[in-house]
Design a protein. Sequence first.
Length: 136
Amino acid sequence: MAVSVSHAYPHVIAASTNTKHVELGVDVERIRTFAPEIWKSFLTPREKELIAASPVVERAYLRTLAWSGKESVLKAIGVGLRMHPKSIDVSELLRSRYPKSIEIRGIRRCVEMRHWRIAPEFVATVVALQTPTEIY
C-alpha cells in the first residue's frame, strides 16, 4: 500500500493505493512568485523555456506547478529533498493536463500525473509511478 499526504493551510490533499508496484506522491502549494535565484535553481532548461514562452500572468502559477510536481515525484520515489529538484524534468506537466512521462536524472519514466488549481491561489499535484523492476 502507498499513501501520501500534503497540506498548505487551509488545504490538505491525500492519496492512497493498494495497487502493487506503484509509487505515489502528492503535494499542494500556495501559488507564489519565487525569487529568480530560487526558481532558476530548481527548474530545468526545458521548463524555463516553456515558462518563458507563457503569458507573464501565468508564470508564477507555472513555476509553482513545476515545484509541486517535483515535490510529488520526490515523495513518490521516497527521497524527498535529498535529491535535487532540478534532477527531475516535469516539462510535460507544464504542457499537458494529463502528462504521461517525466524524466528523473535523465531517464524517462511513464507516469500518471494530475494537477488542479484550487481557487485562485493554490495548486495540487498527484503522481503515480510504476515501481522499476529489474529484468534478468
